[in-house]
Design a binder for this molecule. Structure first.
Ligand SMILES: *[C@@H]1O[C@H](CO)[C@@H](O)[C@H](O)[C@H]1NC(C)=O
Ligand SMILES: *[C@@H]1O[C@H](CO)[C@@H](O)[C@H](O)[C@H]1NC(C)=O
Length: 333
């Protein structure tokens, strides 16, 4: 029975693969060995206050296509309009938002029939895509890159960019009800990844998102760990002069003492030592990259993006044996 499921699955993957290559444009660069393979589709989740329809996101998608020709890019969105998607980056219950993105990716024909996809998360979009990997991972993620993400949460809320920004103001007003109230935890997005080490008990009890996806509660979810461990490579990029996402070291899963500023790197944390998320396993296999980029939060140059796209999202070689392994991990449901 199990064997049959595997065979059927393999058959559907093979036919999907040929359908996929037929659907993709055939203008590949000539002769070099790298260009023989088709790049995996790329899924991108934008940050707070941004939208899938924003010019900046379209440019990033175009750049990904330019660097690795033939890349199919999917921009994650929680509404079909620019303003609606932007609003969803401030307001909503992350449990529901992540579940909707799981459905979105699984029902997108090109993505769900690909052997795997690559994923790129900007700022909070990084920890949300990580939640997608941990909770769903169908289609499975091959290489994962996050820029300035708050993997260990924020210990301070970001100030609104302008006083006329009603969505942001509204979200701020919600905070008056208290960060740890169900009301705020089910509606205000950044509150769901708020984590002050000085209020760890309240966080563990009430956090609607981060405490769960970081497997910090007593009962660990082995499925989260298995899925994250199945990544081929996880590149975590931190902005050196980030003053917006506090603390910036959250991009590397570090914990920062809010009074002394003392940084406890991931490798010295219990989360790593007891490997609640599979990060230690990835690290020991050389698959976890701690990278930094100069400049403030999300001030990315095309040059940096091009380098990262080339390094992480280039076509997978035919003789690359990492993909079949990814497929097998899908059956661990
Ligand atoms: C968020 O949504 C989930 C799923 O609908 C629900 O179980 C949970 O209670 C909600 N969170 C809060 C804090 O209300
Ligand atoms: C932060 O550092 C202070 C001073 O060393 C210490 O008293 C406090 O317990 C630390 N906080 C946490 C959460 O470890």
């Amino acid at each position: 029975m199990l064997y049959l499921t595997h065979v059927l699955r393999l058959l559907s993957i093979l036919s999907a693969l040929s359908a996929l290559s037929a659907a993709l444009p055939s203008h590949r660069r000539p002769s070099t060995k790298e260009s023989d393979a088709t790049p995996l589709p790329l899924v991108i989740w934008h940050g707070l206050g941004d939208s899938y329809a924003a010019e900046g996101m379209k440019k990033v998608a175009a750049l990904a296509e330019e660097v690795n020709p033939g890349t199919y890019v999917h921009l994650v969105h929680l509404a079909d309009s620019d303003s609606g998607d932007r609003q969803a980056s401030f307001l909503g219950n992350l449990t529901e938002q992540v579940a909707r993105v799981c459905e979105q990716l699984a029902s997108e024909p090109i993505l769900s029939t690909a052997p795997a996809v690559n994923a790129l998360g900007f700022s909070q979009g990084g920890q949300f895509l990580r939640a997608y990997i941990e909770r769903c991972n169908f289609p499975p993620v091959h290489n994962f890159v996050t820029f300035g993400s708050q993997h260990n949460g924020i210990s301070k809320f970001q100030a609104c960019a302008s006083s006329g920004d009603w969505v942001c103001r509204g979200a701020e007003a919600l905070l008056r009800f208290g960060t740890w109230s169900d009301f705020v935890q089910s509606r205000f997005v950044p509150a769901q990844y708020f984590r002050d080490p000085e209020e760890l008990d309240a966080y563990l009890e009430h956090s609607n998102f981060l405490a769960d996806i970081n497997n910090e509660r007593e009962v660990k979810n082995p499925y989260y760990k298995n899925n994250l461990m199945s990544l081929n490579r996880f590149g975590m990029f931190m902005f050196e002069d980030d003053t917006m996402a506090i603390p910036k070291e959250s991009a590397w899963f570090a914990e920062v003492n809010t009074t002394t500023g003392e940084v406890t790197p991931l490798r010295e944390r219990q989360l790593y030592k007891e490997d609640w998320l599979g990060l230690r396993a990835l690290d020991e296999q050389g698959k976890l990259d701690f990278e930094s980029v100069p400049g403030p939060h999300m001030q990315l140059t095309d040059k940096t993006l091009e380098k990262v796209f080339r390094e992480y999202f280039a076509p997978v070689q035919d003789d690359d044996n990492t993909l079949p392994q990814l497929l097998v991990t899908q059956d661990v449901h």
